[in-house]
Design a protein. Sequence first.
Length: 465
Amino acid sequence: MKYIFLFVNPTAGGNRASMFTDFGVNGIIFHKPHKCHFSIYNILEGEHGKKPGFLHLSSVTNSPPEAEIKSEFVTPQSGGPLNKSSHPVEGKSTTPNRNPSHNTSKNGTNEPSNNTGSNNDDGIAGEDENICAYVLVAGGDGTLNWFLKEAEHYDIKDDKIAVGVIPFGTGNDFAKAFGWKKMDGFFNYTFLFDILKKIVDQAFKSKIEKHDYWNVHVKLKEEGYFNKISSATKKKETLTENEQNVKVLKLCMSNYFSIGIDSRIGRGFERHRQKSAFINKLIYAVEGFKKIIFKKNIPVNLIIDKMVTGKNYENVIFTTSHNDSTSPPPPVLKKAMSIICVNIPSYSSGNDIWNYTHKIGLKLPKDLPLEQKKMYKDLKKSQQEVGDGVLEFVIYQSGVDLGLEFTLRGRAFRVHQGVGPWKILFKEQVCNVYFQVDGEYYLMSSPESISIDHYKKINVLKNMV
């Protein structure tokens, strides 16, 4: 019998997600539409490393199949009383749907993938015997990252679970990329049980896809510091450790990473965030207008020195210097107000910023070898695929282009597509730079470099209902 865990951030969606935890039911055993244990946990409950939901999930992923069968009707010790109920609803069986995937070489060309982590192994969730638990997170994209970070402290086996998001955030880009739609309308406890049954059906009929998780390490010079907007006080907060300013920030990326004006807009939004998703979108639009029209913004091509890739960072993707003495000279980055690295086909509340553009944001050398000319020609046509171990990089040349992307798609310029690792090096006299990872916005002073490399693959539930 499968297990479904629903981890709830009760503060998400203006506290609307709390309907699951306020229901007063810790667990249900479903017989229809599909046989499963369904457990509900408040992700805020418990101390770090001792959270009951994670302890229960760890015991499930580390138990042999025989132990799982014997414990089907046993109340989990870590989660309190288990309320059991069932409801007869007909379920439908589905057949696996498999899609081929491609890998992309570090120079940006597409190649057929032989990677065992590619989506060639995808199948319908309910038919995958290797997955013992489906984990659904009720909250925003940040709540999913929160879950993934916390789970690493409980020996939860990544290959034994598949994750999905029931969206209650503002952007919900991860949920949109994997087909999980926002629950709109008025909710009450009369219909909540029907909602849970629908979630069970969606989880079992989901397609399991691989998704890449990336390391993003940001390093500052000796005099540098990081600050961000505190969610509690809405004020700037310098990041410290042992009463010293943090000099290296180690983050994980699921969706996207960016440097430039979009991060500055997002930081302003964080200072005025409200409980209503609709009001938050209005605030974001106002902040965008203010930062684009009334604020002076330094182009990222005047901030970044160059971007390199390869095991020893021997390959230059672009430079921003027109006086580079390298022979042959590397491409030069065009004027850019933002550079964005995307891992999913959904950015800033649903925009597919890679597949809708076919322009190159680099000034190429005149005497480019035929092989490299073909490489950039292929870069214009290459597609983005989830779980292929590849990242895509684009730029926006103005804040206006960034804003117009919501109505006139294809305003971005392609820069690079590859497997990494990468390093972004900054110019000597740079002071303050805005950046973000998955909607977590920061300001860094005196940056030295940012490195990005592959961390791991996780299983994701792609909603097919």
